[in-house]
Design a protein around this ligand. Sequence first.
Ligand code: NDP
Length: 453
Amino acid sequence: MHAATQRVMDRVSKLDANQPEYIQAVTSFLSSIDKLVEDMPQILYHKVLDRMVEPERVIMFRIPWFDDDGMIQLNRGFRVQMNSALGPYKGGLRFHPSVNLSILKFLAFEQTFKNSLTGLSLGGGKGGSDFDPKGKSDGEIMRFCQSFMLELGRHIGEDTDVPAGDIGVGGREIGYMYGQYKRIHNKSVGILTGKSPSFGGSFIRPEATGYGLAYLSAAILEAKGKSLENKSCLISGSGNVAQFTTEKLLAMGSKVLTMSDSSGVIIDPSGIDAQKLAYIKTLKNVRRGRIAEYAQKYKEATYIPHDGSATSNPLWDVKADYAFPCATQNEINANDARNLTANKIQLVGEGANMPTTLEAKDILMEAGVLLAPGKASNAGGVAVSGLEMVQNSQRLQWTPAQVDAQLLTIMKNIYANISSTAEKYSTKNNFIDGANIAGFLKISEAMIGQGYV
Ligand code: NDP
């Protein structure tokens, strides 16, 4: 590593020693950017890397709320406003017990480069709470969301910071938070994306991350003379991204063999078809049940309990052509990567953010697996969020077909950008370098242009 890059890495490792996910994200990023610094002294002179790894602002606050027994409960809330060089901070809110500053900083950091890749004018941010929505009543979810927005509302705005959903935050939660913001501030403006189309949401926003993942994967495969048609696919997760990735892969002629949740994995050799997917959507989005129920309903499927504590995930040991991790960070470890390569997986398309550990990435890349990094492959969600902001500013609503067509164009452009950048600065097919470098170059230019802020 170049001495200047190493100095930035050492500083983060020292100051943020208790933030392993953030260190992991910065390590992966800097190892790509290291290829540039020798030839681009302006990056070093303007201390771009040093500034980039330091969030512009971190907001932490308490969230008191009443449970159904009338008891006061307390959670911790966060918003990391990472980088506004390209536009208002933009990135989701995550409600999950694992949420802490390390996870939100890694997510905000990744988001910054992802947003740059979309070609839209969006800065990067991320937020959330360690609140666990599982098992909570609708009333508890609403009261929590209202209390969360009571504080967060002071720090966001349609031209400042526009959050969206993420794990544990879907249309219901966005609706409750939007309603609360409007009530407090007496303004009907697009301060959140992922709203219902009945009050300013964009069509295709729920679908966008999963559809975009399928579009980008198809573009990568097409360049290799391959396609998704008649190919077997592994998908992890059963939430928003997993559901709509499955939906689009089915439409493109793939066979989906697996899905999962945080308790276990289902393997269905006969394939999860459209009817079975509709069952999963009701199970997870309406009844908020466990994926284990799938195997009780469909006897051809097997359920394997897996809570992440085992040394490998049985889902990644199923033989298939392509894999799409769509649950959470670090869900493919080195053992999983070895299982995937032993089974001759050809492509890993990251739907989740940073689902592959650094070691697993090396194993997959060395085996020649095509790896589509999340900051490129799951950018469809934020891209359509950006389009929702445009529609809100115009006070117009575009048709689903209009939005979907723009999403497809954006994902094709992202592929063209990361593949040509990989070829220029790195090895062909290294889309990790391609995405990191392409995302970085635009932000770096903007940061230098805006002076020392
Ligand atoms: P959801 O909450 O809708 O679904 C998450 C899924 O992953 C659920 O099946 C959940 O299981 C499972 N899961 C969550 N945490 C864990 C864990 N620690 N171990 C195993 N399984 C877990 O979230 P999304 O689908 O929105 O997000 C999934 C991933 O995609 C995240 O990494 C997110 O950051 C990323 N992403 C999402 C975007 C979006 O538009 N929603 C945009 C870009 C990236 P259970 O049902 O048991 O909770």
